[in-house]
Design a protein around this ligand. Structure first.
Ligand SMILES: [Zn+2]
Length: 240
């Protein structure tokens, strides 16, 4: 039977409290990398969407150049027909040239309409890209400052953990190796990292089971280490 004093039990309680604090801070710290990755993904997705719009704009520009080229060809053809018309011999030939020119002019109007449409599409895309780039800069700034905040939080957490670890070491120095071993063993087995459980009115608050009356009486003497027969935690009497 491992002997324990009331003061040692209180030291163990203190140790558990410090360790729980340290665990909570570590949890926050573990989320830091995840948070930063989230910020980076947000930026990356945004950049991708802007680059998609830019590709659309490039396509429109290429289409516009193509239409321009078509208008040049068309204009040249019309000029050629007008020249031909001056030297035609028959009315039939003349009529046929007129008809051909009409078709070319109709096509030219169509192409010019398409160019106008293309131009307004380009303008729309340029506007959209411009405003998205502006928004991107804002998000980028925000992400940078968020990252700085997270890094600051992380460094504060780290220094808090270091402080707590020093506290753990100094509290541990007050305990016997036997007690420390028992504490570590029980902690390892418990699912919440808690080695100690208070007992109030005969009930272990670690597992909410009733402990045997004799054990409950012995607990109140604070002279030996008692483990809960159900959850195996180190028990202490809590008369609050
Ligand atoms: Zn229990």
């Amino acid at each position: 039977m491992t002997a324990i004093t009331r003061a040692q039990m209180e030291t163990l309680m203190n140790l558990q409290q410090i360790e729980i604090q340290r665990m909570e801070i570590q949890k926050t710290l573990d989320k830091v990398a995840e948070k930063i990755a989230g910020f980076d993904k947000e930026l990356h997705d945004f950049a991708k969407s802007i680059s998609k719009e830019k590709t659309l704009l490039d396509d429109s520009k290429a289409r516009y150049r193509d239409l321009e080229e078509q208008v040049h060809v068309n204009t040249a053809l019309i000029a050629k027909i007008e020249e031909k018309r001056r030297s035609v011999k028959t009315n039939k030939e003349y009529q046929s040239l007129i008809k051909e020119e009409e078709q070319l002019r109709t096509r030219k109007t169509q192409i010019e309409d398409e160019m106008l449409e293309c131009m307004s599409e380009m303008e729309g895309l340029s506007e959209k890209i411009k405003s998205q780039e502006e928004e991107f800069r804002q998000v980028d700034d925000q992400v940078t400052s968020d990252k700085e905040a997270v890094a600051k939080e992380a460094s504060e957490s780290e220094s808090r953990i270091n402080d707590l670890s020093r506290e753990v070491a100094s509290v541990e120095a007050e305990l016997t190796p036997e007690l420390l071993q028992a504490f570590a063993r029980v902690k390892k087995m418990s699912n919440d990292g808690k080695a100690l459980a208070p007992v109030r009115n005969s009930i272990c608050l670690g597992c909410h089971m009733n402990i045997p009356p004799q054990m409950y009486n012995e607990l109140q003497r604070f002279d030996s280490l008692k483990l809960c027969p159900f959850c195996n935690r180190i028990l202490y009497w809590d008369n609050s």
